[in-house]
Design a binder for this molecule. Structure first.
Ligand code: PXP
Length: 249
């Protein structure tokens, strides 16, 4: 079964637009996590950014208490945040780029250029029982480096696929890159997640990628939720994902 991780960052984005610095306010990302889980989400994802643009520290501690499924903490490989993660102990951490120099041309983490520091962080996190995922472009060099780091997962960056999906030309090539990257990662012993820019339409096509374990989806779900409610948005997406036939649970 292909799993859905619901990214609740944009619930906090909306709250911060009105209540920044106030220590409370609506909408509450923790309440959103509860609704998503009740609708069938298999995990909740939140990104604690160094600039605290949306999710705040108090959110992740409340999420740790509230989340019944799996908590995936997205974060940069930054000492301050790694320390917080080791105290929080989410089920899994997904390391993502936040600074320009950490980003490959395709937008994922430049694992190949940060092998040592990513390996060290991976060890720290694994040592306290947290699984580690690396958010990478579907690029052979980055997948190979992710296996060298010893990560348990890669999350394939689907941003380029999502962009080409909308514009038409290049869509098949991007899908082929994702398929190849998933195959390479699986063969190297990595488990494969995917995310960024996914929605009810492009996910139908993405289902052709083998070995997928989980999709992490935020913006399109929250956009639909504004019009039809989060419960309905999650259920509708799960129905689309139920057609997946090559999950590697
Ligand atoms: N996965 C990762 C690693 C991300 O950084 C994001 C964006 O925060 C997502 C998935 C979700 O992307 P979107 O909000 O476009 O669905």
């Amino acid at each position: 079964m292909l799993k859905l991780g619901v990214n609740i960052d944009h619930v906090a984005t909306l709250r911060e637009a009105r209540y920044r610095g106030r220590g409370a306010g609506e909408p509450d990302p923790v309440a959103a996590a509860r609704v998503a889980e009740q609708a069938g989400a298999h995990g909740i994802t939140a990104h604690l950014r160094e600039d605290r643009r949306h999710i705040q520290d108090r959110d992740i501690w409340q999420l740790k208490e509230a989340v019944q499924t799996r908590l995936n903490l997205e974060m940069a490989n930054a000492p301050e945040i790694v320390k917080i993660a080791c105290q929080l102990k989410p089920d899994i951490v997904c390391l993502v780029p936040e600074r320009r120099l950490e980003v490959t041309t395709e937008g994922g983490l430049d694992v190949a250029h940060h092998l040592y520091s990513l390996s060290e962080t991976r060890k720290h996190l694994n040592d306290v029982g947290i699984e580690v995922s690396l958010f990478v472009a579907p690029d052979a060099r980055q997948i190979e480096a992710s296996a060298q780091v010893g990560a348990q997962f890669v999350e394939l960056h689907t941003g380029a696929f999502a962009e080409r999906f909308d514009t038409g030309p290049g869509r098949a090539e991007e899908l082929a890159r994702l398929k190849q990257a998933a195959q390479q990662a699986h063969a190297a012993g990595l488990r494969v997640n995917a995310g960024h820019g996914l929605n009810n339409e492009n996910v139908r096509v993405l289902l052709g990628v083998p070995h997928l374990v989980e999709l992490n989806i935020g913006h399109s779900l929250m956009s639909r939720a504004i019009l039809s409610g989060l419960d309905a948005a999650v259920r509708e997406l799960l129905k689309v994902m139920a057609d997946y036939r090559d999950g590697a649970d």
